[in-house]
Design a protein around this ligand. Structure first.
Ligand code: CO
Length: 153
């Protein structure tokens, strides 16, 4: 018995550490900074997730009207047009043209020190219609602030 206790304890700790990892598979934290950069160049999205949450954290200090960041998810082929219409729409609508059907999901625009999150309905991502991307639609940011979304089994 005295030898079984440590093993049981190790097993319990191992299972405890696995639990958060399993639930974290349907979400990711993405950081944006004052240097107009995201910390991720790709986000893997498992098709097993019904929704996939992106938690955006602005690690900088600059205001949302100066160095604001959002996250827009769309087909890569639609990025440029969404971005052009978003710039015209302005900050009042989060640099997204209201009701833009090309936008699969998006967050609001945040400034330094702020957080936000949104979910992607994973059923709207179909490998045959991809590839998909994420980007910031704040004017001038998408050239640097963009990445790929990779659908995983
Ligand atoms: Co930005």
């Amino acid at each position: 018995m005295i030898r079984k206790t440590p093993f049981a304890l190790v097993l319990a700790l191992a299972l405890t550490s696995l639990a958060p990892a399993a639930s974290a598979a349907c979400s990711v934290e993405l950081q944006g900074n004052d240097a107009m950069k995201f910390n991720l160049a790709n986000i893997d999205v498992s098709k097993k997730c019904v929704t996939f949450e992106i938690k955006l954290r602005h690690t900088g200090k600059m205001a949302r009207n100066v160095m604001g960041h959002n996250v827009v998810v769309s087909r890569s082929a639609d990025m440029a047009a969404i971005n052009a219409d978003g710039i015209k729409a302005g900050l009042a609508t989060e640099y997204i043209k209201p009701g833009d059907p090309r936008v699969i999901a998006h967050s609001k625009v945040i400034g330094g020190g702020e957080n936000t999150s949104f979910v992607i309905p994973v059923g709207k991502l179909n490998a045959a219609n991809g590839p998909y991307s994420f980007f910031c639609s704040f004017p001038g940011h998408a050239a640097l602030m963009k990445g790929t979304i990779t659908l995983k089994p």
